[in-house]
Write a protein that binds this ligand. Structure first.
Ligand code: AMP
Length: 500
């Protein structure tokens, strides 16, 4: 393996590597750094968490001529799609630039213009910006891109997905043609090739991860579950698999808020992040999670790309994403920088199509995870043939009690006869251990194991669905861990809102 010293970086950059705590270059760094130092344009397809940021910052800042302090236009421009990414890149850039005697400025929306303008006027070397705010400031005449020597387009595929192509084109038009261009992206698809690849000259192509290829150390599992039972399953999962550093992805902002509230009510330390939260709230939530003050962070896809949170134990897809590619980004939040991790996806009847698309992209079937404390309804997947991956052999876990860390008072009553939690040793939930087929839809085959009474409740359920009624509508209202609570419109915020 090549060492950082052998890659040709300046002493300043090597000092930054030390300060960042990196021992050896990651594959994308090993390949990109020499090419960038040679002045080549680079297209790098590397999945998130592979060390892309240092791969473009170390060599570019390393070879930037040191100027005397004073007003000057930026010479390196990094354009990245989201505020979080801009902040994250700036965090690495401050360290690298400082070690190399350069200055960094970061520009993104949701922040007052004044300080950003003052910083620009004072002079900077490395400019990191989101397209929207950058174009705003260009319009106000405070950004001069005429001295840019290196243009970095980070998360290029995401920028296109988010409709930033016109902004990116405008920015590129203002950057000198004589420049080095580096394009980094988790996936280099047709849209990236058609719209952006033409901006590069004879680029060195670095392919670390193929489209659909996921980090090898992220084990992936499914948990089939009826929509209405997701809250209960999530709590069982966190209880059984641990909840030290878990990211839970929900499909919408409203659902994310609901899940966060439900977990909070159940006693977990939870943060929530989505695009309706202010930049300050998002940063506080991420910091609290990073520092371990929160066990779980519930997020929409705003967190899925590129956000760096080291040592995430596992990722839960409470809802599957609408776009299969987002699945790859979501699960990339765990198993980062050589660590192990796993991802669990809740699959209900209405997400089977999304599951098919994801498995098509991965080119493999995702196995079912077996839980000790929860009986799964395999019929939701329309099959009983999927192989689960039990941690222990059937029966081995019998009688093993989960640590009663949280107050689940009242759960047993609520589950009795309806819920999915497995029967405890003392038989307190006898009769409720076998899962009634609540997820059963009309016309679906059962596993054939349901009792008569269960069958009749299933029939009732099927009739309820056929008449447009949902199970949650029939359920009594409960306090605390109410699954309905996750979906109540106009629900109160979890209290984080308004915190600046
Ligand atoms: P990135 O892909 O740039 O978001 O980086 C993902 C994570 O990998 C961050 O936590 C980095 O600090 C870490 N990282 C980057 N390069 C290295 C390296 N050479 N050795 C160890 N960790 C690294």
């Amino acid at each position: 393996m090549t060492s950082f010293q052998e890659l040709g970086l300046s002493d300043g950059a090597l000092g930054a590597v030390k300060r960042l705590g990196y021992e050896n270059p990651t594959p994308v760094q090993e390949q990109a750094i020499p090419a960038v130092l040679q002045g080549r344009d680079v297209i790098a397809a590397a999945s998130t968490g592979t060390g892309k940021t240092a791969a473009f910052l170390l060599p570019t800042v390393s070879s930037l001529k040191r100027l005397r302090r004073g007003p000057r236009a930026p010479r390196i421009l990094v354009v990245t799609p989201t505020r979080e990414l801009a902040e994250q890149i700036s965090f690495v850039s401050y360290k690298v630039a400082k070690a190399c005697g350069q200055y960094t400025t970061v520009l993104y929306g949701g922040k007052p213009y004044g300080p950003q303008i003052r910083e620009l006027r004072a002079g900077t070397d490395v400019l990191i910006a989101t397209p929207g705010r950058l174009c705003d400031l260009i319009q106000r005449g405070v950004v001069n891109l005429g001295s840019i020597e290196v243009l970095v387009l980070d998360e290029a595929d995401r920028m296109l997905d988010m409709g930033f192509l016109p902004d990116v084109r405008r920015i590129v038009d203002l950057v000198p043609e004589e420049r080095q261009t580096l394009l980094f992206s988790a996936t280099i698809d047709k849209s990236v090739r058609n719209n952006l690849a033409g901006l590069l000259q004879d680029p060195e192509v670095i392919q670390i991860a193929q489209r659909g290829e996921t980090s090898k150390i992220v084990d992936q599992y499914l948990l089939p579950v009826a929509q209405s039972e997701k809250p209960e399953l999530l709590k069982c999962l966190l209880d059984e698999k641990g909840h030290d550093k878990v990211i839970v992805f929900a499909r919408t902002k409203m659902r994310a808020e609901g899940v966060a509230k439900m977990l909070k009510d159940a006693g977990y330390k939870v943060e929530c992040i989505h695009s309706d939260r202010t930049q300050g709230q998002r940063r506080n939530a991420l910091n609290s999670f990073r520092k371990g003050k929160a066990d779980v962070i519930v997020a929409t896809d705003v967190l899925a790309r590129g956000i760096d949170i080291p040592s995430v134990d596992y990722v839960v897809n409470y809802d599957l994403p609408d776009m299969a590619e987002d699945y790859i980004h979501r699960i990339g939040r765990t198993g980062r920088a050589g660590q192990e991790g796993f991802a669990v996806s809740f699959v209900s009847g209405n997400s089977l199509k999304a599951l098919k698309a994801i498995e098509g992209l991965l080119g493999k079937e995702i196995p079912v995870m077996r839980l000790e404390s929860y009986d799964l309804d395999m019929s939701i997947l329309g099959t009983t043939s999927r192989k689960g991956k039990p941690k222990q052999k059937k029966g081995a876990s019998k009688g093993k009690k989960q640590p009663a860390k949280y107050n689940y008072e009242g759960w047993a009553d609520l589950r009795n006869g309806k819920g999915k939690k497995k029967a405890s040793k003392d038989g307190a939930e006898k009769g409720s251990g076998k899962k009634p087929k609540d997820g059963m839809r009309p016309g679906r085959k059962s596993s054939g194991k349901a009792t008569k009474s269960q069958e009749s409740s299933r029939d009732k359920k099927a009739r309820g669905q056929a008449s447009g009624r949902t199970r949650s509508m029939k359920r009594p209202k409960r306090s605390g861990s109410s699954p309905q609570g996750t979906r109540r419109p106009g629900m109160k915020s979890s209290g984080l809102r308004g915190r600046r």
